[in-house]
Design a protein around this ligand. Structure first.
Ligand SMILES: [Zn+2]
Ligand SMILES: [Zn+2]
Length: 141
């Protein structure tokens, strides 16, 4: 599959890599769209203080579930989904008060961990959200 990596400021390189396999709690999503956020623009020009190269961008995305891990119960293959991009601990004070977006150990996909600018993206099913029926995938992203 193809994966796009911001290797240096203003340089995105597309390479081939192995398609991911879903771990027990993961889904593999065939990516349809990724949004280009303001933070992506800053990252592209090497001006984002919390995003370093090399990084695969893409934290606002949609796609179709093509594989689910053995323990996944919330989504099925064939469903259209997006995901909450924040990877949070669930235990720190901000997380306990529901403010996971400022978790003490927050990581955002496409910023501090690989994002969805690839053909197939494996992600924790607990962060995956179904797209409402009738909503176009590009709008949902
Ligand atoms: Zn964003
Ligand atoms: Zn936390």
């Amino acid at each position: 599959m193809r994966i796009a990596t911001l290797t240096n400021p203003e340089e995105i390189v597309i390479t081939e890599t192995e398609k991911p396999v879903a771990k027990d709690n993961e889904v593999v999503i065939k990516v349809d769209y990724i949004g280009i956020c303001g933070s992506d623009i800053h990252a592209y020009y090497g001006k984002h203080p919390f995003i370093n190269c090399p990084i695969t961008l893409g934290h606002e995305f949609t796609g179709k579930v093509v594989e689910t891990g053995q323990k996944v119960r919330n989504v099925l293959p064939g469903e259209m989904v997006t995901a909450m991009p924040q990877i949070f601990c669930g235990e720190c004070e901000p997380c306990e008060s529901g403010r996971y977006n400022i978790c003490n150990t927050l990581k955002v996909i496409g910023c501090q961990t690989p994002g969805a600018a690839c053909d197939y993206f494996a992600f924790d099913s607990s962060l995956v959200k179904k797209i409402p029926e009738g909503m176009p995938n590009d709008i949902a992203a």
